[in-house]
Design a protein around this ligand. Structure first.
Ligand code: NAG
Ligand code: NAG
Ligand code: NAG
Ligand code: NAG
Ligand code: NAG
Ligand code: NAG
Ligand code: NAG
Ligand code: NAG
Ligand code: NAG
Ligand code: NAG
Ligand code: NAG
Ligand code: NAG
Length: 590
């Protein structure tokens, strides 16, 4: 074949063509070089994970149904996987970037993710999923725009602004990992970063001199869409902008009923879009604040992120005290009521032209119920571990999805308990047996003393209820069966429960975890395995040709020529390769 002159083109195989040609939608391409850089966000130099030398990394900007190609080169000194949090990876958990589905990308290697952002819109983020790496950075935004033919339920904003907030440690992720491995707590974070930068010096005692802070410049009178993500380790943050209302418009892929908030609690892993109108007189700049929630000690004051909102016609610097957040350390009802007030806009169009509410989740019969209970970390076989329902998850050396593909036995057990175990805790690779096309009710009961947020990959789930105390069958009477928000990450208050409903229509192996990095690292997660009993390629894409193989399959993995790692990935070539692939699709299949 003459076309085979180029090494790139020789990689084309039928299966690749099949999976590519299932979508004649446009492609967007990114190259990610993941490295350490030295940065001093809190005034102390430390090693931070950057993508293409940026911290936070570049934003992926796609449109519903686009095919996204990201060639990731791992220039760290340890394994890497990038997880696309909230991206549903329809029919392809192969691209989810978690240890249950993917072998890690070894140092110096690269791996190309390729997936379609099918039937999704909204604001998400990506991050490195292994070994607490997110505590050192490596995160960035992921925007999915509406297709041009589908109206968004608000006027086109003047600009789009990404804001990453998160608690931050001066210790790097390897040092934090060591603490956890030694059975210690991570302790209090050293600060909160906004867009990778430390706080503006609003108080000379609390903030040292010489810290670089974030400034967001805006034009008076205009309305902007702020996409705010909590990318931190484990601290819930209250987000607010001095003198400005936050008009909530979207949460992780669902348009919400639009309501003004003076501040909103954003828990670890959550994303929101706010429409903010620059309607003040610009007598000064304004503070943008992200402060730790539910903490009562004054030493937490320095764990506050402060950035600056600067109008182009501003007459001076921001001064004086920060705008106050909610003052309710001893009563979390305010926060829970605020969470309950976030409603789905049932009449807005989402990724499809039909209204979001046309999927009437409230009238679907539940087919399986899981009550999951977390606890503070405890010792299992002498090691400090975190559990879900009494099971601490152990990642298998062969990813679950690959074990299925190669019909390997004994890698995991499909025996995750439907109710919390009452006996001693176990450390196991125990997975939930999900029924394809089933409708699952999951009750997340937080028996820890800290706030948690839970995330499920592969799906958006409906948040139908939350309350303090123990969930019981009677709690169902309080469920919101009409306009509960569909999202990927929900908060679960300490001593409280949150109920979610999920339609298991996406075949694959999907992670269900706490977003609190320390508890996740210590095993507070599982997977939901959803298999279509009928053998067909319609409900799941075939394993990609470039899938890395490890564990029991490592003998099949060809070594990678890492001499290529010295030269950076040539984007032009990559683009050419995929354009030719599309051309072949058209020629062969039409
Ligand atoms: C699915 O696709 C793979 C790879 O293209 C092929 O080997 C397999 O036979 C297909 N399976 C079915 C049931 O069509
Ligand atoms: C992380 O911190 C430890 C201890 O301070 C240091 O020895 C190590 O080099 C750092 N590692 C990275 C990857 O930055
Ligand atoms: C994303 O791309 C669209 C065009 O597809 C463009 O209109 C929009 O401004 C971009 N957004 C960002 C944040 O870059
Ligand atoms: C690694 O990057 C090269 C381009 O530099 C690309 O040809 C190759 O497919 C990538 N490898 C994988 C496994 O994706
Ligand atoms: C700065 O913070 C300290 C500690 O909370 C406080 O005592 C002091 O009054 C603050 N200074 C100003 C100018 O607000
Ligand atoms: C939200 O607040 C703005 C002023 O900041 C106001 O113009 C707008 O009408 C409010 N919207 C709603 C839905 O309350
Ligand atoms: C601008 O607004 C602030 C706060 O609302 C107010 O205190 C101040 O007097 C106003 N300044 C001017 C020049 O209108
Ligand atoms: C903070 O609250 C906890 C309980 O919520 C309490 O045990 C502790 O004494 C409080 N600390 C301070 C400084 O008030
Ligand atoms: C749900 O179950 C009830 C009885 O348990 C049945 O009458 C109803 O038809 C079912 N609804 C659907 C949508 O299957
Ligand atoms: C998993 O669930 C399916 C029904 O969805 C059932 O047929 C199968 O036996 C279950 N497997 C195990 C190991 O429980
Ligand atoms: C945890 O569970 C125990 C036993 O059910 C209960 O007594 C305790 O109050 C719970 N604690 C929290 C924080 O939920
Ligand atoms: C990438 O490769 C193409 C074709 O081989 C070449 O024309 C281009 O200059 C290269 N770009 C870079 C940045 O090296």
């Amino acid at each position: 074949m003459a076309l085979c002159k180029d090494l790139f083109l020789c990689l084309i195989s039928t299966s690749l063509l099949v999976s590519f040609c299932s979508a004649e939608d446009p492609f967007v391409y990114y190259n990610f070089e993941v490295t350490y850089i030295t940065a001093s966000p809190l005034g102390v130099p430390q090693q931070v994970i950057a993508i293409n030398d940026k911290f936070p990394g570049p934003t992926i900007n796609a449109t519903t149904n686009n095919n996204v190609v990201v060639n990731v080169r791992n220039k760290l000194d340890e394994n890497l996987l990038i997880h696309w949090s909230g991206i549903q990876q329809r029919r392809s958990s192969w691209q989810d970037g978690l240890l249950g589905t993917n072998c890690p990308i070894p140092p110096k290697w690269n791996w190309t993710y390729q997936f379609q952002v099918k039937d999704q819109i909204g604001s998400f983020f990506y991050f490195p999923s292994l070994n607490l790496q997110r505590a050192s950075g490596g995160f960035g935004g992921f925007i999915i725009n509406n297709r041009a033919i589908i109206p968004i339920p608000f006027d086109t904003p003047h600009g789009d602004i990404e804001i990453f907030i998160g608690d931050w440690y001066i210790r790097n992720h390897t040092a934090l990992r060591k603490a956890l491995d030694e059975g210690k707590d991570l302790g209090m974070p050293d600060g909160v970063l906004i867009n990778g930068k430390g706080p503006y010096r609003y108080n000379d005692t609390l903030v040292p001199d010489g810290i670089d802070y974030e400034t967001i410049e805006v034009h008076p009178g205009k309305t902007y869409r702020l996409r705010v993500h909590n990318v931190g380790v484990s601290t819930s943050l209250n987000f607010r902008i001095q003198n400005h209302n936050l008009l909530l418009a979207e949460s992780e892929g669902s348009y919400t009923v639009q309501q003004n908030y003076t501040s909103l609690d954003i828990h670890v892993g959550q994303s929101y879009s706010f429409l903010v109108t620059m309607d003040q007189n610009a007598s000064t700049d304004y503070y943008i604040v992200a402060s730790a929630r539910f903490v009562n000690e004054s030493r937490w004051q320095r764990v506050t992120g402060v950035a600056i909102l600067h109008y182009t016609n501003s007459k001076g610097k921001a001064a004086g005290p920060l705008p106050k957040g909610p003052d309710d350390e001893y009563d979390k009802t305010f926060s829970m009521n605020q969470a309950r007030s976030i409603r789905w806009n049932v009449s807005a169009s989402g990724a499809r032209p039909n209204p979001q509410g046309s999927f009437r989740y409230g009238s679907i019969n539940v087919t399986e119920i899981y009550v999951l209970r977390n606890k503070p970390p405890e010792k299992i076989n002498g090691k400090r571990r975190a559990t879900l329902s009494g099971v601490s998850f152990v990642n298998p050396s062969t990813p679950i999805r690959l074990a299925d593909q190669y019909k390997l036995k004994g890698v995991y057990k499909l025996d995750f308990p439907t109710k919390p175990l009452t006996g001693p805790p176990r450390a196991e690779t125990s997975v939930i047996n999900g029924t394809f096309r089933g409708f699952m009710e999951i009750i997340l009961q937080n028996n820890d003393t800290k706030m948690h947020s839970y995330h499920m990959s592969g799906y958006a789930f409906f948040v139908v209820g939350m309350d303090y105390g123990e969930w019981s069958e009677n709690s169902r009477g309080t469920y919101n069966k009409w306009d509960g928000i569909a999202r990927a990450t929900t908060q679960v208050y300490p001593g409280a429960w949150t109920a979610i409903l999920v339609s298991l229509d996406n075949v694959g192996v999907w992670n269900l975890r706490t977003e609190n990095l320390d508890s996740w690292y210590l095993g507070q997660e599982t997977y939901v395995r959803v298999v279509n009993p009928e053998a067909t390629n319609k409900t799941e894409l075939p394993m990609p040709d470039n899938a890395l193989l490890c564990g029991a399959l490592s003998k099949y993995q060809k070594p990678q020529d890492i001499s290529a790692a010295a030269t950076s990935i040539n984007g032009t070539k990559l683009k050419l390769f995929f354009s030719l692939l599309m051309f072949l699709c058209v020629v062969i299949f039409h």
